[in-house]
Design a binder for this molecule. Structure first.
Ligand code: ADP
Ligand code: GLC
Length: 478
């Protein structure tokens, strides 16, 4: 099958979160099953620089709307995945975060930037395309490419089937009415059964409404988003489309995230050589200026600093966690308020708590390896990848029972299958209690080794998920 994977992020070039990881690994897993998957992504500076010889293969033009005519370039990723780069420097030639300007605010032309990406995706799946490769399926991801499904629906010549994967329902791509015209969508699309959402144009709704099928990144999240409590205003529509909606649990890039070969670590280790993990803890303590203590559990966090991730909840109980006693390492960036508050906490407890604000891939690996316990108290979590990394790194996670966390982490009270610690309510008490249980278990070396080994043995590769996506593609075409 020929599949166009349309995405606004792709690791290792452009990544703000899990979407980048997924787009960097799932296409190769599908290609391993013999599907012809190509990735459509904007030619951000990191990609233009990595593929200076990318060859222009087309220059799509539009008859309506105000979107410009971009170049479409072709390159091949090191793993063999063909890339189609949407080249329009005025939109994509901006360094840094793909969505935010230097002040941390959304670029004001994001509707055009991601509208163009969506439009090129739909064009490739339509009879207007001049490219000699035509996808059977256009697979869109999150609001940034949700509009592709609407273009395929409303504009003439659409022939590919569309699949829309929701990685996070909280980001909805809302823009004002005028953008309908700029984007070249017909008036007919301005409709409750179209792209209109309470007076705004919603890219997310466009995908949910018009894609032939919808997936999200875990079975539990697929159920949760159909409830009014967790449906972020889209529950009605999602219930209406329940027949076409399913959850496929993410995998991880097991080559990139493997403690036995990880080039970022002080010392590599495996489930048979778990004693080597300790060197990574000592190195991390040293790197971040923490007291060198092997008798205290080291708690690790790598996260966007947002309410979704429960980092405000964690902040509330952090002083008590340090008193357990324990050490705490946080790597993250996000809301300025939370960044400041976390920095202030670290300042007060220098020997026990280190906070690094920023995005640092290598340090993320060192925290997964160096921490004893990983914390993910998310209020909601479509899938979550960090708990999967931490399981694989022998760093049992403490998670809230939500979304993909509930589908991957089994509480230690399950004596045969437990691999971490799970708590229910999103409250400071419940979180504190779960971390307390984890630190007690950490002090029992026999129990702890069992938990670590079970987590490390979990198969989190992309193979299963790729099989499920392939089945769904097949179903869409039959
Ligand atoms: P989300 O996509 O909601 O942020 P995920 O757990 O799915 O959450 O994926 C987050 C990804 O981004 C992981 O690969 C994680 O290691 C990475 N990440 C998040 N914050 C940082 C950071 N500050 N530095 C380095 N990597 C980070
Ligand atoms: C989103 C979600 C996260 C998920 C990731 C990849 O960013 O917040 O839970 O793992 O997408 O699907």
């Amino acid at each position: 099958m020929k599949v166009l994977f349309a995405t606004s992020e792709m690791a290792p070039w452009v990544k703000t979160g899990g979407l980048g990881d997924v787009a960097g690994a799932l296409p190769a897993a599908l290609r391993a099953l013999d599907h012809d998957v190509r990735v459509l992504v904007p030619a951000y500076p990191a990609l233009s620089k990595s593929f200076p010889d990318a060859e222009e293969i087309a220059r799509p033009r539009w008859l309506n709307g105000l979107l410009p005519s971009p170049g479409l370039k072709q390159a091949t990723a090191p793993d063999g995945t063909p890339l189609l780069l949407v080249d329009y420097p005025h939109y994509y030639g901006r360094p840094g975060n793909p969505y935010l300007g230097p002040e941390g605010r959304d670029w004001l032309d994001n509707h055009l930037r991601f509208g163009l990406l969506s439009r090129v995706a739909a064009w490739l799946g339509s009879t207007s395309s001049t490219v000699d490769w035509q996808p059977d399926i256009v697979h869109c991801h999150d609001w940034q490419t949700g509009l592709a499904a609407a273009y395929l629906h409303y504009l003439p010549g659409g022939q590919a089937k569309s699949l829309f994967t929701v990685h996070n329902l909280a980001f909805q791509g809302l823009f004002d009415h005028a953008s309908l015209f700029e984007l070249g969508l017909p008036d007919a699309a301005w409709n409750i059964d179209g792209v209109e959402y309470y007076g705004y144009l919603s890219f997310l709704k466009a995908g949910l409404q018009h894609a032939d099928a919808i997936t999200t990144v875990s079975p539990t999240y697929a159920r949760e988003i159909q409830t009014d409590e967790e449906g972020m205003g889209m529950a009605g529509l999602l219930r209406h489309r329940a027949q076409d909606l399913s959850g496929i649990l993410n995998g991880i890039d097991t080559r990139e995230w493997n403690p036995a070969t990880d080039r970022h670590l002080r010392q590599t280790y495996s489930s048979r050589r778990l004693e080597h993990k300790a060197a990574n803890k000592a190195a991390l303590q040293q790197e971040l200026g923490l007291e060198q203590r092997d008798d205290l559990p080291l708690l690790g966090v790598v996260s966007r600093l947002t309410e979704q991730k429960g980092l405000d909840l964690l902040l509330e109980v952090a002083p008590q966690l340090l008193k357990l006693p324990a050490q705490l390492v946080v790597l993250g960036s996000g809301s300025h308020e939370l960044e400041h508050a976390w920095k202030a906490l670290a300042h007060k407890h220098k020997a026990q708590c280190a906070v690094v604000i920023g995005f640092d891939e290598a340090l993320a690996h060192r925290i997964e390896a160096g921490a004893d316990i990983f914390l993910m108290p998310s209020r909601f979590e479509p899938c979550g990848l960090n708990q999967l990394y931490s399981l694989r790194y022998g760093t049992p996670p403490v998670v809230r029972a939500t979304g993909g966390l509930a589908d991957t982490v089994i509480d230690a009270t399950d004596a045969r299958r437990g691999n971490g610690f799970v708590f229910g309510p999103a409250t400071a008490e419940a979180l504190l209690q779960a971390v307390h249980r984890a630190t007690l278990a950490w002090r029992d070396p026999v129990l702890w080794r069992k938990l670590q080994r079970r987590g490390m043995a979990r198969d989190s590769s992309w193979q299963d998920a790729a099989g499920h996506y392939a089945e769904l593609y097949q179903k869409l075409l039959s």
